[in-house]
Design a binder for this molecule. Sequence first.
Ligand SMILES: Cc1cc2nc3c(=O)[nH]c(=O)nc-3n(C[C@H](O)[C@H](O)[C@H](O)COP(=O)(O)O)c2cc1C
Length: 177
Amino acid sequence: MAQTDTARQITDFLKSLRAIRQYEPTLVPEDVVRDILDVARWSGSASNQQPAEIVVVHDRPTLKALAGLEGYVGHLASAALAMVVVMPGKWEEGEVFDEGRLSERIMLAGLAHGLGSSIGWFDDTGSNEARRLLNVPNDRRLRTAIALGYATAKPRRGRRKPPERLVQWERYGEPRG
Ligand SMILES: Cc1cc2nc3c(=O)[nH]c(=O)nc-3n(C[C@H](O)[C@H](O)[C@H](O)COP(=O)(O)O)c2cc1C
């Protein structure tokens, strides 16, 4: 296969990532979970500080309890597992960026293994409760839970703005010559 075909397969794969919020009860094999976590471990971070920690939750009552907390996390209820991202809570700007990178990589690694996933964010109240449920120290930032599991249905096509509303060529606001 030509190299360009392989590149297109990979970029098509990247574009196919959707937020999936309904999951089969099927368990995810341990080696798959560990592979996803190893991808997360290799995620880049500011000054290579690697500030993230991840709490992996399989326990159904805990997933349901997390799903009921304040925020946008209801889909955790049917997930096979959640990867809850814990950040030090010391450098907001850097940690937020690192958290986003890490979350995206977890989702892509999951997709490579045929898993659906979605980010979920706790709001402040939900975050306090989630820290308590998961025994995470109060000074840490806990906002993102990534639900993972086998999707119950094919992903939606998704909607995105057209490229001309994303990209400016060479200088902002100048038409492309
Ligand atoms: C920073 C960020 C926060 C998000 N928070 C939530 C959330 O709290 N709950 C949720 O269900 N989805 C959340 N999402 C998923 C978005 O809703 C999703 O990426 C967007 O709707 C596009 O969906 P699609 O890729 O399936 O088309 C979040 C995504 C990002 C990037």
